[in-house]
Ligand binder design. Sequence first.
Ligand SMILES: *Cc1c(COP(=O)(O)O)cnc(C)c1O
Length: 406
Amino acid sequence: MKNYVTHLESAIDGTVLSSDCARTTHAGRPLWVRYDLAAVARDCHPGMLRDRAPTMWRYRELLPISDPSHIVTLGEGMTPLLPTPRLGDALGLSDLWIKDESQMPTGSFKARGMAMAVSMARRFELSRFAAPTAGNAGGALAAYGARAGAVVFVFMPDDTPVINQVECALAGAKTFLVNGLITDCGRIVREGIDAMEWFDFSTLKEPYRLEGKKTMGLELAEQLDWALPDVILYPTGGGTGLIGMWKAFAELAELGWLRTDRRPRMVSVQSDGCAPIARAFDQGARFAAPWENAATCASGLRVPAAVGDFMILDAVRESGGCAVAVPEAELTRAMQRATALEGVPVCPETAACILAAERLAADGWLKSDERVVIFNTGAAQKYGDIAAVDTRTIDVRTPVDYASLA
Ligand SMILES: *Cc1c(COP(=O)(O)O)cnc(C)c1O
């Protein structure tokens, strides 16, 4: 299988590194995977995709895999891009779509990143994995690690949703609850590398999770017949989803696969319980200061300090987008409202995007007829303990008194 990777590149200072061994960061900051896009453009065209299976691996020329036997898969298929007219009406947007990542293995888009990172770990013959997690990354690493026959260590804050604790333990990961935040979990992983000989799968501490998440952008472009939407709203924790998509769009533009030059304005959305990126954006800063006392029920957003902060902010600014924080207190209500309107099981992280879309539409920042895509990054079902459903409306009487059902 032909592979087009040329090298790795430091995102902070451009240092070039070879891609032929397992790597983590450079100067403590993330690495980009670079490809010979001129060669890809010569050898490939979008029509080649027609006969390929509907999985993220269909974009193999833009992925780092060189030997198909390295691929560790749970069948991570293409996710649906759904028109959501009723929700759009409620928000004042006539062309609103949700890309539903909740249908990925392990119920979140984290599967894309872990499928890729674990596949590359197999290539580099690594078999001991560790990661800090706010919830879904741990579940995905546990599952793909099990699939690869690896030993997996997962560290999560002790108030991580129970379902995330359980999914890690079910998949055989050694699962630890830490009295602290994800940054404390990250330190435990980092400081244990020598003693435990594990590979650090932290967000953006290895280069390949980002390449997996990039496939969200490739898929979206293909689903829209190579014309990108006007605006994308993406919930931001560590930022790989947003950064990965922006990278995907740049690569597609360079390949000449896009029908128009216009790229989406990228909107990074956080909760006001943990909004380091939104605050840095407002301040015009290149880096984001750590957020004190981070607290949000949207566990994927509870990342007080992101190692790729400047990459998120660069993408948002280059795109002409913005970064916004929405009220934590409104998340669960927005989650139920959107799910009830469209049947898509919207997670609280995505509920933040729905609140942001409503506000940006009301402000006029979003025009009512613009094509807007919101990513549903995870499944509402994984948040049973916080869902805003008023259980008093669930009627438990039996037998049914039909006359009272009206
Ligand atoms: C991890 C996660 C996020 C944040 O994604 P990043 O790419 O790390 O910013 C958002 N939503 C859900 C459901 C997540 O699991």
